[in-house]
Design a protein. Structure first.
Length: 503
């Protein structure tokens, strides 16, 4: 009888697993598009428990108890003076892409019902990680973006108002501070040492379920999932199968020693909820961003100035390359740091400072750790031969000076990258000098003018400008209408563009 029961149970299990396999096969058909959802300490021995069959399992309870006190619940509030009902179309694009309207309606945003008019209050929730006992907390930028008020609730249920110390949309990180001392905090690991297959815990507040802990492994590293739409976006995520859901954004991904491996940011899902994989910003990027925000008030990002893509079998075959890993240089920006150092289109960047680079996300991450003016050693594969090059990284404006916070905020508001033209260009165009718009991104210039990339600003409200610093000073504290005057290198005549600042 016992044997019959065991056989029946085995058959039932096999049928169940087969049914699950069929469900997955048909529920996730070929070609389905997933939405991407935004969501070093001394080592100590890992504790394992065993079952009656002597199989070892990691012990998670000690780690969970250690880290939960350092993970907080964040509620952000934004008040909009708009008429009408809550509408998913009014959500900022990243939020709408991450979660969709239904999830926000149930768990994240609240607004007037259809027909109501007046101020609309939107509330978002997420998670954060205490990095210092004096109240510094790191979270995702999308958790607190555009918030008028931010409230932080600790694991012991104490609540504090938080201020934003700084943000970095390019990595989707933000640094907050609350007025508190003696708080528990988490140390950061060197995320280069994190290995695929090691156990991790995800800690956060999904669906407003405070202090939720889930377990999984590191499934992959250096993932670029194209979720960040910012200029100079840096994506090199740690992928995990620990369950991450809306509300986990900004929470902790920790190893079994209780140290921070990364900040949970996104999930790949066809439903808007956990469906297999989550993605976390590596601790090394977190450390650099937080350090810059504390020291400078803005992230100092070194720029190599190359257009790259990961080398794979298809690219290697198409370009007749001698290798199938690395970051392939498609093109270089004019006067870029890479161009000045001798990097050429067609080169494959295979190492930075002696550390191997196997893909473009890995290259992005390694360069993102540096500031303008830093020197990095590049190893490139050029037609099968390795070359060693030393590059002095630029800032976004083409120089090597550290960025001033007010300049960076202004240029992000304009949605433009710019650099001063050289004497030869000025002489050729018969102008005294100017500042060229090298790239346009979402911002006031794109929204309110017909300006094209390449435009050279020569005057701001009639005031001549020849450098990026002069242009920034001319626009500083401007409110109301602004008139930019300038020329295009390939078009005759003078052009004027008017728009509003500070409104």
């Amino acid at each position: 009888m016992k044997k019959t029961v065991l056989i029946s149970a085995a058959v039932a299990l096999l049928i169940s697993l087969t049914a699950i396999g069929m469900f997955i096969q048909f529920y996730v058909p070929d070609g389905q598009t997933y939405r991407l959802e935004p969501t070093s300490a001394p080592a100590r021995p890992t504790t394992y428990s065993t079952d009656t069959g002597a199989n070892a399992f990691p012990e998670f309870t000690q780690t969970a108890e250690k880290v939960m006190d350092a993970v907080v619940h964040i509620r952000s509030t934004q008040t909009l003076e708009v008429a009408g009902r809550y509408d998913q179309q009014n959500l900022p694009d990243p939020f709408r892409d991450f979660f969709g309207g239904d999830l926000f309606r149930n768990f994240h945003f609240q607004g007037p019902d259809q027909g109501e008019r007046g101020p609309e209050v939107r509330q978002g929730t997420g998670s954060g990680v205490i990095l210092h006992s004096n109240g510094y907390i790191v979270t995702n930028n999308h958790v607190v973006a555009d918030a008028d008020e931010i409230e932080v609730t600790l694991h012991d249920n104490r609540t504090f108002k938080a201020k934003v110390v700084g943000t970095d949309p390019s990595t989707d990180l933000a640094l907050l501070q609350i007025k508190a001392d003696g708080l528990p905090s988490l140390p950061l690991v060197n995320s280069d040492d994190v290995r695929v297959g090691e156990w991790v815990l995800a800690v956060g507040n999904p669906f407003n379920l405070n202090s939720t802990v889930t377990a999984g492994i590191v499934s992959a590293k250096a993932r670029n999932i194209n979720i960040l739409q910012e200029q100079y976006a840096v994506e090199s995520f740690i992928q995990t199968d620990a369950a991450i859901n809306p509300g986990n954004s900004g929470g902790a991904l920790v190893n079994l020693q209780g140290s921070l491996v990364g900040i949970n940011t996104a999930i790949a899902s066809p439903t808007g909820a956990y469906s297999g994989y989550g993605f976390a910003i590596p601790a090394n990027i977190v450390s650099k961003v937080v350090e810059d925000l504390l020291k400078y008030g803005v992230v100092q990002r070194g720029v190599l100035g190359v257009m790259i893509r990961s080398v794979d079998g298809n690219l290697a075959k198409d370009k007749d390359l001698s290798r199938t890993t690395g970051a392939y240089v498609d093109s270089l920006m004019a006067n870029s740091a890479a161009a000045k150092a001798g990097v050429q289109a067609g080169d494959i960047i295979v190492a930075v400072d002696g550390e191997a680079v196997n893909s473009s996300p890995e290259l992005q991450e390694r360069i993102a750790r540096h500031r303008p003016g830093d020197q990095v050693a590049l190893t490139v594969d050029r037609k099968g031969k390795k070359k060693e090059l030393t590059v002095t990284l630029n800032n976004r404006e083409g120089g090597t000076a550290l960025a001033a916070k007010e300049h960076r905020d202004l240029f992000e508001q304009l949605g433009a990258d710019m650099q001063a033209i050289d004497e030869a260009t000025a002489k050729k165009l018969d102008i005294a000098g100017g500042v060229q718009i090298t790239q346009l991104h979402p911002g006031k210039l794109r929204k309110y003018t017909q300006m094209r990339e390449g435009f050279i600003v020569t005057k701001v409200d009639g005031r001549a400008v020849k450098t990026v610093d002069e242009l920034a000073k001319a626009l500083k504290d401007k409110e109301g209408g602004v008139m930019l005057e300038g020329v295009y290198p390939d078009l005759p005549g003078v052009y004027y563009y008017a728009f509003g600042l500070g409104i």
